[in-house]
Design a protein around this ligand. Structure first.
Ligand code: SOE
Length: 394
């Protein structure tokens, strides 16, 4: 890191993280890495972490690089040396933790989806609006926005390079539940996760497509399916896999979701989110067709954006594979020479960089809690439509 601003000149930002499983590990990596690759305007400190038990919290703190652990999220929020609360817990806890943190004057970064219901998300937005009046910031973690190829896609749309958007095609395909014996985890329990593939991964493509096109989804027709309604109860679970016990329990969320959508400009959208797409591990595919060209992105080839420019002579026009690793591309100048590529974790680092920049600059970060609420409303509309078969508005 170049040292333009000395440590004493930069204000300290104490961070407390709640939850230390898969997402907690991804966020920890980002807090560890960001100050070493970017000139952060604040001196971030990984102050403390809290989980369900102090002992596991302490072990996670040691493993993930936090200075210490707290016995509960309440004690973490109450600490004077914590300025920002990073929420990496299941959705059913987001509202309570985020609202308490904002009321205590702490900035908040909250994992997606923002909440488990529109009502909770509305309460979170109200708390964020109140806190904003005192310079307290709130951001929701739709991390894939910060993949450089996604940022480039948004820039090209904004520059008019694909003209009027007509089609939006988005898929989020995983296969970690395709094996019927994969055990239950909180992600399969509606009371904790709110919904299944729809909220967990469908939320990402709703946010991504609205982010890239700059348009809002204004109507949907949805379909939800649970293919495997009962699974072994997990003896242990970590990340997306676990050790199955002999007892079995119910799956109370959707395994897969599909929906048609209308965007504010009139563009048509086709969405699919599933954890049963055998062979697809983390395929986030977004293709946009406009009057002057098309864009196509696949997270499984995340350093690339495909761009078709329909204004080129037909004889030579065709999809161009832009390798988004040049210093001119968003964020890249802080990393490796051209062609050396970024991975899943870099977007989390960019998220920290942008959030710290927003806090230091006093500018509200994006995606805001209001953006999270907008996604929540689309999720809710898809669920309502899937249950009664009617076209629904968010
Ligand atoms: C599980 O489907 C999951 O971990 C999501 O919860 C994350 O948001 C996504 O980034 C990867 O997959």
């Amino acid at each position: 890191m170049s040292d333009h601003v000395s440590d004493t000149e930069r204000p300290r930002l104490g961070v407390g993280m709640v939850g230390h499983s898969f997402m907690g590990a991804a966020h920890s990596q980002a807090w560890r890495t960001a100050p070493h690759f970017f000139d952060l305007p604040m001196r971030t400190e990984m102050t403390t972490v809290a989980g369900r038990r102090l002992a596991t919290g302490q072990a996670a703190a040691d493993r993930l690089g936090w200075l210490g652990a707290d016995p509960t999220w309440q004690s973490l929020v109450a600490r004077d040396d914590v300025d920002l609360v990073d929420i990496c817990t299941p959705g059913n806890t987001h509202a309570e933790i985020a609202i308490a943190a904002l009321e205590a004057g702490k900035h908040v970064l909250c994992e997606k989806p923002l909440a488990n219901s529109v009502a909770e998300a509305e309460l979170m937005v109200a708390a964020a609006d109140k806190a904003a009046a005192h310079g307290v910031m709130a951001m929701v973690g739709f991390t894939y926005r910060r993949v450089p190829a996604v940022q480039l896609a948004r820039q090209l749309v904004a520059q008019g390079r694909i003209g009027t958007v007509r089609h939006v095609r988005a898929q989020y395909l995983q296969d970690w539940l395709a094996d019927e014996d994969t055990p239950l985890s909180w992600r399969l329990d509606r009371s904790q996760a709110g919904s299944g593939a729809l909220g967990d991964i469908g939320a990402h493509i709703i946010d991504l497509t609205q982010f890239i096109t700059g348009e809002a989804i204004v109507g949907v027709s949805g379909l939800l399916e649970t293919f495997v309604t009962e699974r072994p109860v997990a003896q242990e679970f970590s990340g997306l896999s676990g050790v199955a016990g002999t007892e079995r329990g119910p799956v109370s969320v959707d395994d897969a979701a599909a929906f048609l959508a209308r965007f504010s400009s009139g563009a048509m959208g086709v969405f699919e989110a599933t954890r049963f797409a055998g062979g697809r591990k983390n395929a986030i595919r977004v293709e946009i067709n406009g009057s002057l060209g098309s864009l196509a992105f696949d997270f499984e080839d995340m350093n690339v954006l495909n761009f078709f420019d329909a204004t080129e002579p037909a004889a030579v026009a065709g999809f161009r594979r832009i390798v988004v690793t040049e210093a001119e591309h968003p964020y890249i100048a802080h990393w490796w020479p051209a062609g050396h590529g970024l991975g899943y974790e870099h977007a989390f680092t960019h998220q920290v960089v942008d959030l710290v920049g927003a806090i230091a600059g006093g500018t509200p970060p994006a995606p805001s809690f209001r953006d999270g609420l907008a996604v929540q409303k689309v999720l809710d509309a898809v669920e309502r439509s899937a249950s009664d078969g009617a076209w629904r508005e968010p």
